[in-house]
Design a protein around this ligand. Structure first.
Ligand code: SF4
Length: 222
């Protein structure tokens, strides 16, 4: 069994797994969080934090006869990411074979139209594989509101998307540039909207006009 230690990873070089989720949600949001280090809470972010705490309580109450670990610290040196798994169940195999980890991520809302939650969970599986030296073929996302658990296979395509997103994330942080905003439906739920100002930046002509008014001389020389 491998003994990779999440503590050994440098947090500056190893961003959190949740940054993959942010990358797929909006690259500008990810850059504001990771490069500018801004943070604003809204009902979604506070709800998300409470959900993770609830997940840890649920794990402690579980009586499945399986080994269940909550709040497990994770690291992947191939992805260069660290994180924490809400819950990892260990599914028994035949005698003599190691248990298979099965990560479960708790999410507040319904299933999203985007792949971001799936990629974040797949990254957890890659961490577990590197840390424990066993294959992790599947996991699940538990949607708290609908109480629906969605099982997920870590297919080669999903693994490739996860690696690609991690590479893009490292390139974004390395470049240190904040992408321009792009007004889209998901901006409505974004806690950084008041800082990002996507409505203003999506109207370049208006910016030019406001800028020219801002620096217009009020009085002419005598
Ligand atoms: S408000 Fe929109 S463009 Fe700005 S960071 Fe949020 S999601 Fe991205």
């Amino acid at each position: 069994m491998s003994t990779l230690n999440p503590q050994s990873a440098d947090s500056e070089d190893y961003p959190p797994l949740s940054a993959l989720n942010q990358m797929l949600y909006c690259e500008r949001r990810c850059a504001l969080l990771r490069i500018e280090r801004v943070w604003v809470d809204n009902q979604h972010t506070i709800g998300g934090t409470l959900d993770h705490l609830q997940a840890h309580e649920v794990a402690q109450r579980k009586r499945t006869g399986r080994r269940v670990v909550s709040g497990l610290r994770l690291v992947s040196h191939s992805l260069r990411l660290t994180g924490v798994a809400d819950i990892v169940e260990f599914h028994n195999q035949e005698q003599g074979l190691p248990d298979i980890p099965f990560p479960i991520e708790y999410k507040r809302g319904k299933r999203k139209r985007w792949d971001n939650d799936d990629v974040q969970l797949c990254a957890q599986a890659i961490c577990l594989e590197e840390m424990l030296g066993v294959p992790v073929p599947a996991g699940a996302i538990y949607h708290i509101k609908s109480r629906a658990r969605r099982d997920l296979s870590f297919t080669p395509e999903l693994r490739a998307l996860t690696c690609q997103t991690a590479n893009r994330l490292h390139a974004l942080i390395q470049a240190g540039q904040i992408p321009l905003p792009e007004l889209k439906p998901r901006c409505r739920g974004c806690s950084l909207k008041s800082i990002c100002l996507p409505e203003i930046f999506s109207q370049p002509a208006r910016i030019v006009r406001l800028n020219s008014q801002l620096f217009q001389a009020k009085y002419s020389d005598p």
